[in-house]
Design a protein around this ligand. Structure first.
Ligand code: NA7
Length: 293
């Protein structure tokens, strides 16, 4: 059984770490804010390099590209403790291009990099039903797969090229936000027409218009429950990555650009910590009408 290390016990990482421990894996964790580790019954490292020294596989789940760079490659980063033949599994959603550079740097130390961003939100991390999109060596994925299964329902090897998992996550985020916009616009129209929102949602969700977003976040929007499964700030970070990648590839994404601006407006109003389904508030502002009024 491999010795596991886990860096980043935020909303996503904490749920994954709990599932790895519940499955009986020996594990060491590190989090910048140590309090988030107190409920976990496992070893706690004093810094990432110490965690790297005692781990065969290091999982990372931190916010953004510079944060991954910090916990892995800056002074005291995990890579400086890791032995040749060990693996880094990066669950953070970060830049595909930076991921390719990180993988090359890690290879210089004999460490294999798998980019493995996830979809499924905090519920998925807790219930162990995440979808994982993996870029990098298939052999390394075979080695870590039994551990990923502790918190995942679907594990897909997207390709050998480092960063291909991150690119698939970008594709995923295009679908997430455009479904979110569709649910928001549909509910606003129903509101304007004076329809019963719950009844209308039930009428349409089972047909061709249905989506995970409509069924799961629609009721929350109707109830004006803005608690985050995924925050606007992190969603916006992902859209920045999507738009950067699309720009480099020369692919126009007009719908994503629109949603990016709507989320920017909500951030400017101080709503960045609300759930991404609060997108409907931007439309409420345009219409001068609130859901439920
Ligand atoms: P959260 O709940 O905001 O958690 C972020 C985690 O990343 C948390 O453990 C942070 O530590 C850690 N973090 C962020 N920046 C740093 C730096 N610079 N150094 C060390 N640790 C850091 O996000 P989620 O769990 O929802 O999402 C994590 C990733 O998965 C993200 O890429 C999503 O898009 C998908 P803290 O507790 O604040 O000290």
């Amino acid at each position: 059984m491999a010795k596991l290390g886990f860096i980043g016990l935020g909303i996503m990482g904490h749920g994954m770490a709990v599932n790895l421990l519940t499955a009986g894996n020996p594990m060491t964790v590190w989090n910048r804010t140590p309090e988030k580790a107190v409920d976990l019954v496992c070893e706690i490292a004093s810094d990432p390099v110490d965690l790297g020294r005692v781990s065969d596989i290091v999982f990372v789940c931190v916010s953004d590209t510079p944060d991954v760079e910090e916990v892995v490659f800056r002074d005291g980063g995990a890579i400086y403790g890791m032995a040749e033949g060990t693996v880094i599994v990066d669950h953070s959603t970060i830049s595909p291009a930076a991921t390719a550079r990180f993988a090359e740097r890690a290879a210089g130390s004999g460490v294999t990099w798998l980019d493995a961003p996830v979809s499924g939100g905090s519920e998925g991390a807790e219930k162990g039903t995440l979808a994982v999109m993996v870029g990098g060596s298939a052999a390394a994925l075979d080695r870590v797969r039994p551990y990923l299964e502790a918190y995942s329902k679907t594990i897909t090897h997207i390709g050998d090229r480092p960063g291909s998992g991150q690119m698939a996550k970008a594709v995923n985020q295009v679908l997430v936000v455009l479904n979110e916009l569709a649910a928001s616009e549909a509910l606003m129209l129903a509101q304007g027409a004076g329809l019963d929102l719950g009844v209308t949602l039930s009428a349409v969700e089972g047909g061709a218009a249905g989506s995970w977003m409509l069924s799961n976040r629609g009721p929350q929007m109707i109830a004006r429950d803005w608690r985050p499964g995924f925050t606007i700030d992190l969603q916006q970070k992902d859209l920045r990555l999507v738009l950067e990648a699309a720009d480099e590839l020369g692919i126009p994404l007009p719908g994503v650009s629109l949603v990016f601006q709507l989320y920017r407006a909500l951030q400017a109003q101080g709503l960045g910590s609300e759930g991404n389904h609060a997108l409907v508030k931007a439309l409420e502002g345009l219409a001068g009408v609130r859901l439920g009024d």
